[in-house]
Design a protein around this ligand. Structure first.
Ligand code: UDP
Length: 493
């Protein structure tokens, strides 16, 4: 039995912060059962969100959910830092922004009255490992994407040495040593596709990949049954080598989801969202749901192709629509009800009013996926979205847009059979033509063999995902292993 003090450093971005806090919740919930920790104290260091203007990203109504306020956790607001200027993209911005918190993180760690057992950082905040090293505190990385993507990250420093051209120029599949897999260059993460290898987005991905090797362990939001081969290759139990070096311990503890009351959304009686009410009247598994994460937006040309594709497919649809073009003069990227008519093809809303709903902003995605009327999900393949879809057993049609989503799409379609493939043109901003979307939606909704196979596999994975986090399941056992390792590696301050 031992005492543990953990400090967490999430990014402020919704998909990162909420995931890490849900992990904290899970850890607190289970430590009593594990029997090896008798006293756990948790501090979460919160970065103050830079304005959406500084990031030039669309804003969305994210605040720390109230479900985190009742936890036995000390929230420590880090002092505000100046957002970096002239950065080259999201990876550059978040990495530099996280780095500029180093003195404040150091002050918070040094001020702890009890020795800090470990610091857990977001995977874009590996610069903070230096601070932890100075204070002799072991660092763990919290990784919000797949084990496959983790394997790619760990391999990146070696790949960087080996390949001296831009990835776009490579015709053959790129081998990812260590996870015994390959990735065609067209599926590499967006940051690596930037023309210049001198670019900062490229620099940061390789940098973080290198620093993962120094971590005591990497906590990954996936589960062994989902990414069986990759998790085995990364050596769940540790001791495996890649490039002759011992890999950090890998702890697949997912799915870590933020569902709120989504598991009971159909019974909720108060303040049901309009989209849920609309779904209530539809037959089971008859609606295709389209939603593209916190940053997925389309220009008017693409919006019209989507509309035509949906109309031609003949299927019911619920579409969360955000555009790249400010539509109401406010600079916002969510069209208002009044501007929908200007963006969508003429007469579209009238013609599809019996079978379709277009919602011009943020929607309660997890609740929608949990609704029995939803039969398919057109997703940008953000990892939280994919895990939510699997949890509720909804087959996916993958339309990757940014970040590492092309890698996720590749794995889901090619390796795991959990998503239907869609034809998109990566050289043209991932453009999808109406006819291709129509074909994809028909397949997704079970017209044809591929869609049926995917539906069956997703049904199996729904059960597996729930089993993994139950007592005795693979992710539960990995969390228990992590708790034991924390006790064992406790470093005297
Ligand atoms: N989300 C939502 N409503 C929306 C768009 C997104 O609730 O209209 C949630 C979604 O359920 C998921 C998260 O935001 O939990 C998005 O995370 P993901 O990793 O899928 O994509 P990202 O936004 O990081 O690209």
């Amino acid at each position: 039995m031992g005492q543990v003090k953990l400090v967490f450093l999430p990014l402020w971005l919704a998909g990162h912060q909420v995931s890490m806090l849900e992990f904290v919740k899970r850890l607190l919930h289970h430590t009593n059962n594990f029997g090896n920790i008798n006293d756990i104290s948790i501090t979460v260091l919160l970065m103050k969100s830079p304005s959406s203007h500084a990031l030039s990203l669309p804003s969305h109504p994210f605040t720390l959910p109230s479900s985190f306020s009742g936890l036995d956790v000390l929230y420590h607001d880090l002092p505000e830092v100046e957002p970096p200027r002239d950065t080259q993209g999201i990876e550059d911005f978040v990495s530099v922004f996280a780095q500029s918190h180093a003195p404040h993180v150091k002050a918070a760690l040094a001020a702890s009255s009890v020795p800090v057992t470990a610091l857990v950082v977001d995977f874009f905040a590996t610069t903070i490992i230096d601070v932890a090293n100075e204070l002799d505190i072991p660092t763990y990385v919290y990784f919000t994407s797949t084990a496959f993507m983790l394997g790619l990250f760990l391999h990146l420093p070696a790949l960087d040495q080996k390949i001296d051209v831009d990835f776009e120029q490579i015709e053959e599949e790129i081998e990812i040593d260590g996870i015994a897999s390959t990735v065609p260059s067209r599926s590499m993460p967006s940051a690596l596709m930037s023309k210049s290898r001198e670019g900062q987005r490229y620099f940061w991905l390789v940098y973080h990949g290198r620093r993962f090797w120094e971590a005591k362990g990497v906590i990954v939001n996936t589960f062994a049954e989902l990414e069986h081969a990759v998790v085995a290759a990364l050596g769940g139990e540790g001791g495996r080598l890649m490039h002759g070096q011992p890999l950090p311990q890998v702890y697949p503890v997912g799915p870590i989801l933020s569902l709120g009351d989504a598991d009971h959304a159909e019974e909720a009686v108060t303040e049901r969202h309009e989209c849920l009410k609309w779904l209530d009247g539809r037959p089971p598994a008859s609606v295709v749901f389209l939603c593209f994460g916190s940053m997925g937006t389309f220009d008017t040309l693409q919006v019209r192709e989507i509309a035509s594709g949906l109309e031609q497919s003949g299927h019911r649809f619920l579409w969360s629509l955000r555009t790249t073009t400010p539509t109401d003069g406010s600079g916002g990227r969510s069209p208002t009800d009044t501007s929908l008519d200007n963006i969508l093809p003429e007469g579209f809303l009238e013609r599809t009013k019996e079978r379709g709903m277009v919602w011009p902003s943020w929607v309660p995605q997890a609740q929608i996926l949990s609704h029995g009327a939803v039969g398919g999900f057109v997703t940008h393949c953000g990892w939280n979205s994919c895990l939510e879809s699997l949890w509720f057993g909804v087959p996916m049609l993958g339309w990757p847009l940014y970040a590492e989503q092309h890698v996720n799409e590749l794995e889901l379609v090619r390796d795991l059979g959990l998503a239907v493939g869609l034809r998109f043109d990566r050289r043209k901003d991932n453009f999808v033509a109406a006819g291709d979307l129509e074909r994809g939606v028909r397949c997704l909704m079970g017209e044809g063999e591929e869609g049926k196979r995917v539906r069956e596999r997703v049904g199996e994975m729904r059960l597996a995902s729930r089993k993994a986090v139950d007592e005795g399941g693979s992710s539960y056992m990995n969390l228990k292993r992590l708790a034991a390792d924390l006790i064992r590696t406790k470093s005297p301050k």
